[in-house]
Design a protein around this ligand. Structure first.
Ligand code: DLL
Length: 436
């Protein structure tokens, strides 16, 4: 017998706002004490901001606490923000993208259980039950997509196909042979799979009914395209490694924003420039405080994702606050082929190889797959090189960028002074994908 529970808990997900606030207050105070007692890095950040332990009496005092950023996580890498002894941890995951120092997150078994519960709620909201075959082609490994949805699917009691990413032929074959009903992957891979299935005339042989797509920005147009091609309902799912992974928020059948699992996370929207907390309905940067985690609880973590929160009643009955799709980022991070890419990483490679800091990054989408191109100005000395020297330079840069970013970029070496200079901020990034 499968050990499964039904993962829609109305007493939690449809609780009154007063009840949610009460849970949040109690769990926040407990987490705050846990972090204060066990994380020196955080105590120091509080001291810098002049906040004492006694200043924090309830959730209403949350705004007094300092923010944490990705830079803090890098600074404290690897163990500086760990709140339990390492022996109590059972898992490490890491953000996609490879700068010198990756961001790592730690989990106790309790943390994994809660994370799996969050993903199970998302699968359940997409109609998943123990009768489903959940086809997970998010990457497995350090990336949280595969492990998160895998764990959620087990909790629901669905038959789980841990496909991981890539090998489209095998994905489609298994989908047909094993009757996959729920597809979990990035929206761009879903679009590619949809196209491949249609091209091969296999649409009638698939049994998919729903898709759970996230980890990168995608538009409503893309949603409709995937839904039409595959004959499914496509649900958005949001999360980030630092806060656990996928399942921090998920869409219900209304498809009008993602419910944040507020019994585990407190969400705030702030003005990214001033840090001031903004009221409901205003657009700003999303900030999370985790209130049930043991190993790696983060207080006021700035996601850099620009969103809007709304407490408007949802006809699905859930009372958890809804976040909009991210509408952009307050930093310059790009997500290309599901990998986090910072322009500064590209710049580091170019400068290390002796190129001037005049470059431009162009991201486009061809055949539903992201393409990353980097235009790099040569120095006048390089420009007088032979064509074969220039092409071997390009190859050298492609390899160095692959080593830094983990993905392939097309490099175009261009003449000195040929990239348009800007009078204000340099226009480093041209993103032609129109994702937001
Ligand atoms: O992308 C976790 C995840 C896996 C979410 C699978 C959903 C499904 P990271 O690699 O740490 O974690 O990247 C987190 O991805 O700050 C957003 O900028 C972006 N992101 C995640 N979900 C969405 C989404 C995973 N649904 C960063 N829409 C986040 C838009 C998203 N952007």
């Amino acid at each position: 017998m499968k050990n499964m529970e039904h993962y829609f808990h109305p007493e939690i997900e449809c609780a009154s706002r007063e009840q949610i606030r009460e849970w949040q207050n109690e769990r926040f105070l407990k987490t705050f004490k846990h972090v204060y007692d066990n994380v020196e890095y955080y105590r120091n950040r509080m001291k810098e901001k002049g906040v004492e332990f006694g200043d924090i009496q309830s959730i209403d005092d949350l705004h007094k606490l300092p923010f944490l950023t990705k830079d803090d996580l890098r600074d404290a890498y690897p163990y500086g923000l760990l709140a339990v002894p390492l022996q109590d941890c059972v898992r490490i995951q890491s953000t996609s993208g490879t700068t010198g120092k990756r961001v790592v997150a730690f989990y106790t078994q309790h943390d994994i259980d809660l994370w799996d519960d969050c993903c199970a709620r998302a699968i359940c909201a997409a109609g998943g039950t123990k009768d489903d075959v959940v086809h997970v082609c998010y990457g497995y490994g350090l990336f949280t997509g595969g492990p998160g949805l895998n764990g959620g699917s087990h909790k629901v009691g669905s038959l789980t196909l841990p496909m991981s990413s890539g090998n489209t032929d095998r994905q489609i074959q298994f989908m047909c042979d094993l009757g996959s009903t729920i597809l979990c992957c990035t929206p761009s891979y879903a679009a590619y799979l949809a196209e491949s299935i249609c091209e091969r005339g296999l649409r009638d042989q698939i049994k998919l009914k729903a898709g759970i797509f996230g980890a990168e920005a995608w538009t409503e147009e893309m949603r409709r395209d995937i839904e039409n091609k595959l004959g499914i309902k496509a649900y958005d799912i949001y999360g980030l490694t630092e806060i656990s992974g996928p399942g921090v928020a998920f869409e219900c059948s209304e498809q009008t924003g993602m419910h944040i699992n507020e019994d585990h996370f407190i969400a705030e929207i702030i003005d990214p420039k001033t840090g001031e907390v903004l009221p409901d309905g205003e657009k700003g940067e999303l900030v999370f405080t985790s209130i049930t985690k043991q190993a790696f609880p983060l207080i006021r973590y700035r996601t850099k994702d620009i969103c809007v929160l709304t407490h408007e009643k949802c006809s699905c009955g859930r009372t958890f606050v809804k976040m909009s799709k991210p509408m952009g980022r307050s930093d310059d991070m790009l997500i290309v082929k599901g990998v986090n890419v910072f322009p500064s990483q590209i710049e580091t490679v170019l400068l290390n190889k002796g190129y001037p800091a005049n470059y431009q990054i162009v991201v486009s989408r061809e055949n539903n797959s992201d393409k990353l191109e980097v235009m790099v100005e040569m120095t006048p000395e390089m420009f007088s090189d032979s064509l074969s020297q220039i092409s071997s330079r390009e190859k050298e840069l492609v390899d160095a960028l692959k080593a830094m970013l983990g993905i392939y970029a097309v490099v175009h070496l261009v003449a000195p002074k040929s990239i348009t200079r800007s009078e204000g901020k340099a226009v480093r990034i041209i993103d032609k994908r129109n994702l937001y």
